[in-house]
Design a protein around this ligand. Sequence first.
Ligand code: GL4
Length: 793
Amino acid sequence: MFYSKEEFKENFVKLLEQQQQPASSKTAYSILAGMVREFVQRDWDETTYLYQEEQRKQLYYFSIEFLIGRMLGQNLVNLSLYEMVNEGLDELGYSLAELEEQEPEPGLGNGGLGRLAACFMDSLASLQMPGHGCGIRYKGGLFSQGLNDGFQTEQPTDWINDSIGWDTRREDLALYIPFFGKLHASGKGPFKPEHRDAKWVKAVPYDMPIVGAYGNTVNTLRLWQAELPEQQLLPAGDIDAYQQQVETISDRLYPDDSTEEGKLLRLKQQYFLCSASLQTIVKNRDFPITVLPKHVAIQINDTHPALAIPELMRILLDEEGLSWEEAWGITTHTISYTNHTILEEAMEKWSSQMLEQLLPRVYMIIQEIDRRFKEKCHQEKLEPEALKKLAIIDDGTVKMATLAVVGSYRVNGVAKLHTDILKMREMKELNEHFPHKFHNKTNGITHRRWLVKANPELSDLISSAIGDEWKRDTMKLHKLNEFTQDPVFLGDFKAVKQQKKNQLADYLVKHQAVTIDPESIYDMHIKRFHGYKRQLMNILHIQMLYNRIKEDASYRPHPRTFFFAGKAAKSYQFAKQVIKLINTIAEQINTDPVARHHLHVVFVEDYSVSRAEKMFPAADISEQISTASKEASGTGNMKFMMNGAVTLGTFDGATVEIVEQIGDDNAFIFGLSAQQVMQFEKEKTYHAREFIEKDREIGRVVSELLSGSLSKGAENIDFIRRQLIGENDPFFVLKDLQHYARTHNRVLAEYEDSLAWQEMSVVNIAQSGIFSSDRTIRQYSDEVWGLEKVHSK
Ligand code: GL4
């Protein structure tokens, strides 16, 4: 332990001296991380003890993904040790920033959904609320991305092997999960059959400390690992083959959160997570099972953990011996559900046959839930169409979103617009049936990572103007509104932004051998690659700009660097072709003797939490250009805002609420509204072809695109062609393209007025407080979970 800089240095040096090898950065990192881990342990034990002692209600956040990012730096920030350690290391000739770079990043998530879970963990601990994560300890996180001739390449990652291990193996809490097998009537009634010949998997938890800021609260992120069970639970036959089968369950994160590729394995992962987490909760309780909802709240993060509903029923019926009515009452007062998308392909549906085979008892319970719910609905005399929508099991498939709604006490969307769409359209019938279940909880992000940690320069500047209370209460950022006209403050802000832009430029030289102009406007489109996120529209617009520069000698706009970063799911060919297209256009523009002085296109490889931390603070413009209605919330939009970037976007997801906060004058909004998009979808009155035929500029870029010259071969755009032409441009890229181009022109004009631009940036920061995940978590707690703050010292 260390309580002063001198003490820290002394301990650190002592540990260094004990090393056999010369002290590399890696060794120094491990020593430091070990010291911090030890520091955290005492608070962790104390928090755990307090939770038991005070018998307060506990929240368990079930999620198939937790994109936590690196831990060392964030833990130091939350422990208020960052400055001290930084100085101490500096005096010893080490750079903390460099040591942080040694930490392998656990990529246990795909994007927004997983990162949200991580921000929530940070907020719960920092608000001193008893909330824990339950997830899977994937041996390999999301693939690491490279580029080969402009094409995405994917390499497996193995974060665990390289890690110092923030987590602790809890062999004492290991459990066993049954798959397959057959049910036999046991004479205990129709709902309590015996499960025979199951194939057992051992679930071993690894606990990760989640260090809260300000207090001494350390919550737990429990990640389950699948292992071979002991002798007596082993099936007959080839043990090595069985071991391999078992271990694949926690081997890899699915490289996509919106498809169910590799269905059986994905289903196994989901049940593994739900069963292990629920079994521990029930087993280790010290209260009667009938009062579970008083002591425990379970939030399911999208439908991936929706099997928690029938699994909790199974435990209550078969292991606790409750009646169906009792069990159902408890389940539907314990579990609540968050929906994160309305994209059709992301709406999970499992084949009944597969479910029945893999989880016979659980399937039987789902059938009974469905039967009872159908019976209720029939009493309401609904139209057959409505009845079909309300069915949990329909046409040989189980609709997980319907199961999740029926089996939980509260259901929420993640931004106002998204929740409205859920209520009015996607889940209209369910909302009518359960009028009080649906509510909105607009997402948030932790400013402790995305501002305090990622942008200490801006944090310091803010604190120098308004004090540092905003770090505890982000709504205090409002005080910055007094500085929006203050030329000194605006000048300081500009200097900080420039510093962050320089830092990113240096980083890219070092890590990607790319040289960018730090004086250019940094325009960023960084997120997963997806049709609806419209990276295609962005790059087509850039090609239009390029054509204009080539055609019109008087058009010489302010230099801009267009950043793209993000991964495409391995099997998502369209998205991969967009990546190739971006890189081909980048090469063409970046080597053009004239255009390169005005436009620069950079694809930042292997986008991750730590890369994101370097990018958000450096942005001038935040591209949030999804087809309206498709982006449930977005959270990158909030990270940009908090760092003073100005949004160029559509009225979609939480961007609507960002604009509500800052006013129309401080953002650049364009394109179809969600209403209009939904209208076009319904009436089918949009014809992409007309735009290609009638708009000269669009016609030109599309024909360049289709010729294959922008992608080094027409075969590299066949999926894009199919979408734009064959499928009539379902994401309205061509429809919104000219409005997007005009809006970019407005942005450029505005950027020329430096003070006005900085004023916009500062308004964005000042109004960003509401998008803190602390606010979101308080709302969940007040309106859904009913947690109380546990007072640690
Ligand atoms: C997502 C949404 O696409 C995204 O808009 C949202 O911000 C995020 C967190 O709520 O959830 N849904 C899925 S699926 N993946 C996401 O990132």
